[in-house]
Design a protein around this ligand. Sequence first.
Ligand code: MLT
Length: 413
Amino acid sequence: MDSINLLLRSKEYHIQNKRKKEKNMRINSNYENLEQSYLFSTIAKKVNEYISNNPDKKVIRLGIGDVTKPLCKAVISALHKAVDEMGVQETFRGYGPEQGYDFLREAVKKYYSQRNVELDMDEIFISDGAKSDVGNILDLFDSSNKVLVPDPVYPVYVDTNIMAGREVIFADANGDNGFLPMPDKSVKADIIYICSPNNPTGAVYNKEQLRAWVEYAKENNSIILFDAAYECFVSDENLPRSIYEIEGAKECAIEFCSLSKTAGFTGTRCGYTIVPRALGALNKMWLRRQTTKFNGVPYIVQRGAEAVFTEEGQKEIKENIDYYMANAKIISETLEKCGIWHVGGKHSPYIWLKCPNNMNSWDFFDYLLKEAQIVGTPGAGFGRNGECYFRLTSFGSKENTIEAMNRFEKLFG
Ligand code: MLT
């Protein structure tokens, strides 16, 4: 009797255990392969800790590329008008088109055509910023694709692919190639990221160089994900601001852009992604993805974004861009005086410097915070090749930039 009972109980145990196992959800274990926290969250945590231990010190933040100038007048008045429309029965809007309102897509289309890039309306997708779309676009690609990422570069490209379990390989960017890696024919990649002007180094590809990437992508049947978030900082007319300025790029590239840095929309959130029809199924797939997972950018924000592309808006944002570029000059001149090697700051709001005294990036971060209360971004956070480099942003106020550089000069001058 006892042995029968034992047998039954053991069977029951096994069935229950099996059910338990079947019920257990499985987490995405790819997350285990990520750094413990996102670069800019790690920095924010360190800075907050420093501030709470040193409440009397004035910390100057030249770390994350967050703008400080307020939205321009044209944008503000468009936002106000749109807010009022939302309070009136006749002009109230509910769900909008997931791809964005026609008025904003028209404005983007016109903006591109000024640089002789002709787009169809259904190739333009309004988004809440480049960061989200750069990550979300990966829904369209199989996880078996091999991804080529420049090193150093914006960490989101690597992290989002690691989350999806894709193999990531790197194209070395360094002093020897002017931080602009070129395609290596012996390397085969399916998805290629290009960020130009580059975050963090500020390096910009010229047309010849971009053409080489387009040719490589076409030969290998790969796709280029082109991040143009900093295009508005390119002041040399001969340098490309969109990959579509290169012939044939529509057949191999998706482009992401954002109003975050262009027009101070880091907190307002609006950008656009171009998925050319020449890419075949991808255009329809992206529409399918967006209509399923995204309800569009708020009408009010899109009206504000539309104002960026008006004559008045363009003039006003140019003033802000010039202001930031003047800060870049102040930073650059100080580094020059201190004899510190640096690049960037010409066509980009970022200055990329070699850490003084052979310090590594995170040691220099701690040193600068402790000794001068300046926050920058450790180059190592952008990839292995960023080790011993450091990034400063020109998005601070002029007063803070001057003060930070005075402190810097006292330490290294
Ligand atoms: C940066 O500092 O690299 C950027 O501001 C981050 C971002 O745009 O998400």
